[in-house]
Design a protein around this ligand. Structure first.
Ligand SMILES: CC(C)(COP(=O)(O)OP(=O)(O)OC[C@H]1O[C@@H](n2cnc3c(N)ncnc32)[C@H](O)[C@@H]1OP(=O)(O)O)[C@@H](O)C(=O)NCCC(=O)NCCS
Length: 159
């Protein structure tokens, strides 16, 4: 049966489930305070996907001020997708795309003008998902990850 997931803001009670999804799905893991800190800074850009009280995925972001991804001489407000993951058994149902669309809308509430993220060069599924959502590969960050792999920095203009 097709499941219907609700997307809603993260709540502190979700911490254990979100950390567990993060550990199952990604090699980049963080201490609890990292998740809580991101939530406190911009609660609307920390979204979870839930069904029947169980979480299947999350996206968490930070609102930053810095040089534009599109013009490296212009300062701008931008949303950074710090981490996003969907449990393997719930992938390819559009949840990842829904999570990204939701955090993009939330970034606009914080007046962010663009969104950026880093993704492994080998992560074709994620790169494909971001391309379909309007992100472009801006540049490569060499040795970005702890294991030495490079990242694409991808970005999209908001509004
Ligand atoms: C990247 C990730 C979040 C995508 O989550 P998802 O819920 O599978 O995303 P979507 O369903 O929106 O789209 C992903 C793929 O499924 C496809 N898809 C979506 N709905 C589908 C459906 N009903 N039937 C078939 N395929 C579907 C999409 O077209 C896309 O296809 P692709 O593999 O050809 O590129 C997930 O793969 C993940 O958690 N990966 C591990 C963590 C990770 O890499 N995070 C990103 C780091 S930057």
């Amino acid at each position: 049966m097709q499941k219907t997931f609700t997307l809603r803001q993260f709540q502190p009670g979700d911490l254990e489930s979100v950390m567990s999804i993060n550990q199952v799905c990604l090699p980049e893991n963080y201490a609890p305070i990292f998740f809580i800190d991101l939530h406190e800074r911009s609660p609307a850009t920390f979204i979870v996907a839930e069904e029947d009280g169980r979480l299947a995925g999350y996206a968490m972001c930070r609102i930053e001020t810095g040089f534009s991804s599109f013009s490296r001489t212009r300062l701008t407000k931008k949303g950074h997708v710090v981490s996003i993951a969907v449990l393997p058994e719930h992938r390819r149902k559009g949840l990842g795309s829904r999570l990204v669309k939701k955090v993009l809308m939330a970034m606009e509430l914080y007046k962010a003008k663009e969104c950026f993220l880093e993704v492994r060069l080998s992560n074709h599924q994620a790169v494909g998902m971001y391309n379909r959502l309007g992100f472009s590969e801006i540049r490569i960050k060499r040795k970005y990850y702890a294991d030495g792999e490079a990242a694409f920095m991808m970005a999209k203009k908001l509004q």
